[in-house]
Design a protein. Structure first.
Length: 163
């Protein structure tokens, strides 16, 4: 599928599910890996990840298109178009769009937890990816003092030296 076919697809989905035309540009962006698509508020253009189409198929990609069209139409109507807005959430349900796209296989995952802030009073723990000064913070539950611990990461078999 090329950009022209994607443009026609988005125009059809817009008329069928929203009753409004899509009047801007749609294109594929192969650099999109952790997100299924993007809506640009300044240009009103939409970009879709071709990897989602290749891996998860047309049905999942259409749900992503509906999601981006929710941003598009609500923004042009000057309604709440952001993920946190009630208008956006309501329209997602009405048109059958997804809130999040399915992850691609091999996509980059978040960094592993390396540190732990532990409350000395109540035992509440706060996982951290980066080092933090425990004296700057207090426990959110009991306002107790925190202690910084380094988490031991299990080694992978492939990283070990032969022995």
């Amino acid at each position: 599928m090329n950009d022209q076919e994607l443009q026609q697809w988005i125009e059809r989905v817009s008329l069928a599910f929203f009753g409004r035309p899509f009047l801007h540009r749609a294109s594929f962006n192969s650099r999109l890996r952790t997100t299924g698509g993007r809506y640009f508020t300044k240009s009103h253009n939409i970009e879709i990840s071709p990897h989602q189409l290749a891996v998860h198929g047309a049905e999942e990609t259409e749900a992503i298109i509906k999601h981006e069209l929710c941003h598009y139409h609500l923004h042009l109507q000057r309604k709440g178009y952001q993920h946190r807005d009630a208008d956006f959430k309501r329209l997602l349900v009405e048109v059958g769009a997804t809130r999040h796209c399915r992850p691609l296989p091999g996509a980059r995952r978040s960094l592993p937890v390396k540190y732990l802030l532990l409350c000395t009073a109540c035992g509440m723990n706060y996982p951290r990816k980066r080092r933090a000064d425990p004296h700057k913070y207090a426990c959110g539950r009991c306002r107790g003092r925190l202690k910084l611990l380094q988490v031991q990461q299990p080694e992978l078999e492939s990283n070990r030296a032969p022995g």
